[in-house]
Design a binder for this molecule. Sequence first.
Ligand SMILES: Cc1cc2nc3c(=O)[nH]c(=O)nc-3n(C[C@H](O)[C@H](O)[C@H](O)COP(=O)(O)OP(=O)(O)OC[C@H]3O[C@@H](n4cnc5c(N)ncnc54)[C@H](O)[C@@H]3O)c2cc1C
Length: 397
Amino acid sequence: MRNLTIIGGGPSALMLAAQIDTKKYQVTLCEKKKTVGRKFLVAGEGGLNLTYNCSIEELIRQYSPSDFMSPILRKFTNEDLINWLQLHEVSTFSGSSNRVFPDMEMKPIEVLKKITDLIAAKGIKLIRDTTWLGWDDEGYLNFDKSIDKDTDIVVYAMGGASWKVTGSDGQWSQPFKKRGIQTHLFRAANCAFEVDWNSNFITTHEGKPLKNIALTFNDFVAKGELVISKFGLEGNAIYALSQKIQDKLLTEKSTIIYLDLKPTMTVLQIKDKYKKSSRTKVTEILKKDINLDRTSIGILKHFTNKETFSDTEKLIEIIKSVPVTIKSSEELDRAISSLGGVSLSEIDLNFQLKKLPNSYVIGEMLDWYAPTGGYLLQGCFSMGFVLANHLNKLNTE
Ligand SMILES: Cc1cc2nc3c(=O)[nH]c(=O)nc-3n(C[C@H](O)[C@H](O)[C@H](O)COP(=O)(O)OP(=O)(O)OC[C@H]3O[C@@H](n4cnc5c(N)ncnc54)[C@H](O)[C@@H]3O)c2cc1C
């Protein structure tokens, strides 16, 4: 029997542990924190969005690079994840937006417990409160506690670099770099972006949502919701474009996104409503005929001057394309996920580090991106499952 050490106790590691064949491997899982799955529980605070209910092709399109994620997701799809959870007594439901959640009566901690119970029942040794520091001079694993470092196979699953409080602090990148493994700089993803609001606007509209809008950045469009915050804009529509915006902000001090406040109507349809309206006050027309809410009207006023606001032609153009200048992203620690991490060129098709045979990397440690919507957890679970299947097939004699 070979020894397998898993470092990190997030969803990718837990899925791997749950699926690994313990007749072939003696498995130890080392976690820095006193408990595993802390980020998973944080994810659960806003509704534990486990995956997204759509065709496999649509699912794959959400990931970047999608050609990297495609074989992984095809081997363990969203449907497979839902069935796997069901098999382990976690029933799910698909919300109106096709996001998949655990059944209402099941709390995230109970979902986590189902998975950790499964792992415990397999006899996997869980070592908590133990941090991997890097490699010693002879290349052995180096922990802050004295534990058996001799292992045949190591799987690194230490997560990305946001929400440090959960244990995913990206400290692992230093020893990786020292070892000559290319890692890309961590940057915030699925995060808020800074907008210069005027004080009147933010006092009235802080915390207010902009529902059913569309955002355009270069040729990319994201539909969904935004929330006005003191810092700027947050919400799934801007999260979906976060990687593209971040890439632009690498070389530019600011960039412009375009907000369509009425994606369900064309310019012509809005013009027609305007023409047919019996009202004279612009704000009344916007509210009653075009059905814009107070915050959308506030946005229009914020980004136009009096002259434009009373010029019907110009105002209608702006309703469909409000230019909003973005200055920076929110700090990495507050982001839902991180860009960067181990370069995908460092691993082979089975997640094995090319420079370190018998060492594998999975989950958010790797440099891939997905928007919110359950795609992040799906990606991590798929990697854990696919790697377990690969290791289970290896000849361990
Ligand atoms: C606020 C928030 C909400 C989210 N909501 C959702 C959602 O609804 N749906 C969704 O799909 N995704 C969501 N996510 C993202 C999702 O939680 C992550 O993508 C996922 O947890 C990453 O899994 P992972 O296995 O790569 O690592 P992580 O979950 O980051 O776990 C890594 C583990 O490794 C441990 N570790 C780190 N360094 C060491 C070390 N040196 N030694 C030992 N152990 C170490 C950490 O303590 C941690 O437990 C959310 C994230 C946040 C922050």
